[in-house]
Write a protein that binds this ligand. Sequence first.
Ligand SMILES: [Zn+2]
Length: 311
Amino acid sequence: MSTAFLTHPDCTNHITPNGHPEQVARLEHIYRALSAPGFTTLDRREAPECEDADILLCHPQSHLNAITAAVPSQGVVALDGDTHMSPGSLQAARRAVGGCIAAVDAVMAGEVGNAFVACRPPGHHAEQSTPMGFCLFGNAAIAARHAMERHGLSRVAVVDFDVHHGNGTQALLWDEPRSLFIGSHQNPLWPGTGMPEETGAHNNVQNWPLPPHSDGRLMRATYEAEVLPALERFEPELLIVSAGFDAHADDPLAQLEWTESDFVWLTERLCDVAQRHCAGRVVSTLEGGYDLNALAASVAAHVKVLMERAG
Ligand SMILES: [Zn+2]
């Protein structure tokens, strides 16, 4: 089987202010990297626009209404100091949700072995009623709920290795006993949450803060000692990955010192778990990563492993 690659040109119509790190060029660099000869066998698919009901799996109608009402007719509006919307942002965000939903469907149907969704805006900071940290809707959490509600899964794991804590995904899945959310992230760092004592309503949340300037050795040790054994015990039927690449040493927003080879190692280990428990079913969705060259190289390395493991 192959690896699905889901994206849509609409995701480049989400415009942020000049100098904003979450910029259109991120996707352009990813597209260029994945146009190299080694990626010709990717199963390239358009990320469909989601339905309202998809967003409502995790957010109240009032949040969808507020985001819809915030769309400007021109220019860029700020929802907070970090999070912006342009005329194309709602459509882009609906593609980001829809891409994750379609990726789950394709993997669950056995059409592809695994999938990578490269849409924006990202999602892991969006809480139930609060857009936050460049994010409007909780893409990964919605994908997890979709897998549970519509594919009948009872054990969906979400691993978030973005350098920032996935506070939104954690909030959206906090009281969801069918999911296990595990995040690793730099601490101290914005948004300041993600402490080990945040364990969810059903012991279904794990947080592994990593100190600034730590490198891939501590990441690997933490995953080997804690994260991977927890995933093994959970025996997931589907593994969703919030793939942020801002733990890279070159990233301007944080101070972890991972390299491309660390993302390769981590992707391999996550695929190992998926192969043992759920026929390799992995849906990975882009979150952060703000040094354009490091982002492109890291995404390419991540996707290469997914392709090798898709069978
Ligand atoms: Zn991040």
